[in-house]
Design a protein around this ligand. Structure first.
Ligand code: PHE
Length: 444
């Protein structure tokens, strides 16, 4: 095991910080509000919360358990789990698919992180100060149609990601995360306060929490499920890779609950900061991927100290994105490291592939959305499904029980039932629903 790269990984907090750093990112602040806007709000949010509870949390416990049992990279950890159960090691497919999914996510993730970096610069130079909401929207459009500018920031972000991974995740970022993440949360609360005072808070709340099920299409349900995986970094081995370094004496269940709660609260706060601004300024909730960049600057441009505040905010968003992006390639890098490839080289190779894919997202129409759809809506739920089946049906019950030894009998049994039946059935049902099969079978 290459534990040396995880200097300081000993304490329970380090795992929580790294895993939270992975979970909290653009998924919460950029993606959650924008897809909530696209799928019409309330009902979508409710389905998303149900997915977190019934699928996300149990699968996260399953992923950490595999990782901590195997104590190595996701591919080898699944192999160990399979060997322990005396069954085929083909289950390592979970790990391989995860490595691929991580790379594919990195490709579009880095482009959006590049936008955040661009906004650090724009904020610091006051590029959008005192502009009207419509001009601020056009300001984002200008960035989204300037390929060279996007490529430059994307390149910078990939370099940052590759460098941190090359150094080793914890040495690279551990110390930064524990101070900056809480600060990001505080700034989000300030934004929430601003929206409450100056935005149309009621309309925002109504939009997010009034459950209108007529808006719920099959694709919305699939997107909500996919986003539950995306936002918790599940289904591709990131949390499994980190779980390999979790101390024996910390609680898988409690830790999972803390991470899921923090992640969900941050997403909801981001949404509640953004939507009141949308409605107060006559903007479009379903405008798509530019939502955060077209709304928050409206608040920044008119608040006192907005230049400094917004610069710090976008910097923190970029750092949150960085602590997530490193976990996208960590499973693959850790795997190659075990094969004898030096960390620096594998980090370089993964970065180059991610960079090329990001360039494709910028220059070729449709690539960004296809990568997002294929990973979030297909590969992550599929990975999660396989993980739930692997832990629920393939691994020895005793082995799994040992990972969750601090959980009471009732809690463990409930989790085990959910992991064996409910989570897999939920994912399969959503897949069938999307394919229109449930209707054809006459089930709904
Ligand atoms: N969870 C991260 C976010 O919300 C993205 C991510 C997905 C990271 C999958 C790792 C694995 O921004």
């Amino acid at each position: 095991m290459q534990q040396a790269n995880f200097v300081g990984w000993k304490s329970r907090w380090t795992f929580i910080l790294a895993a939270t750093g992975s979970a909290v990112g653009l998924g919460n602040i950029w993606k959650f509000p924008y897809i909530t806007g696209e799928y019409g709000g309330g009902a979508f949010v409710l389905v998303y919360l149900a997915c977190i509870l019934l699928v996300g949390i149990p699968v996260m416990m399953a992923e950490i358990s595999i990782g901590r049992f195997g104590r190595t990279d996701p591919i080898h950890s699944t192999v160990r789990g399979a060997q322990d159960a005396k069954t085929t090691t083909a289950w390592s497919l979970i790990g391989f698919m995860g490595v691929l999914a991580g790379l594919m996510i990195l490709m579009f993730y880095s482009v959006v992180a590049g936008w955040a970096l661009d906004y650090v610069w724009q904020s610091a130079t006051g590029a959008y100060s005192n502009l009207q909401a419509t001009a601020i929207e056009e300001n984002f459009e200008a960035l989204a149609s300037d390929n060279t500018r996007q490529l430059a920031w994307h390149t910078l972000f990939i370099i940052l990601t590759g460098s941190v991974v090359a150094v080793g995740v914890i040495r690279g970022i551990g110390t930064v995360v524990d101070v900056l993440m809480p600060l990001l949360f505080v700034l989000l609360l300030v934004l929430l306060g601003y929206s409450w005072a100056n935005g149309d808070f009621e309309a925002g709340l109504n939009f997010m929490f009034r459950f209108d099920f007529s808006k719920l299409t099959a694709e919305a349900v699939l997107t909500a499920l996919g986003h539950a995986f995306f936002t918790l970094s599940l289904g591709m081995g990131a949390i499994m890779a980190y779980g390999a370094y979790m101390p024996e004496n910390s609680s898988v269940a409690k830790t999972t609950l803390v991470i899921a709660l923090l992640d969900t609260v941050i997403a909801l706060v981001a949404g509640m900061a953004i939507f009141p601004l949308v409605f107060a300024n006559g903007l479009e909730a379903g405008q798509g991927a530019g939502l955060m960049f077209a709304t928050l600057p409206v608040a920044f441009s008119s608040m006192p100290g907005g230049v400094i505040f917004s610069t710090i905010f976008f910097l923190l968003v970029s750092i949150a994105a960085l602590s997530s992006s490193i976990s996208l390639i960590e499973p693959g890098v850790a795997w190659l490291e075990r094969q004898g490839v030096q960390r620096v080289w594998s980090a370089l190779v993964f970065s180059l592939i991610g960079w090329a894919g990001g360039a494709a997202c910028i220059y070729l129409p449709g690539v960004f959305d296809s990568l997002d759809f294929a990973t979030t809506n297909i590969m992550l739920p599929l990975g999660g499904l396989l993980i739930a089946i692997f832990v629920g049906w393939i691994m020895r019950r005793n082995t799994v029980r040992k990972q969750l030894r601090d959980t009471g009998e009732l809690m463990f049994n409930s989790w085990y039932v959910v992991t064996r039946f409910i989570a897999p059935a939920g994912v399969i049902a959503v897949f069938l629903y999307q394919l229109g099969l449930l209707q054809k079978l006459g089930w709904i």
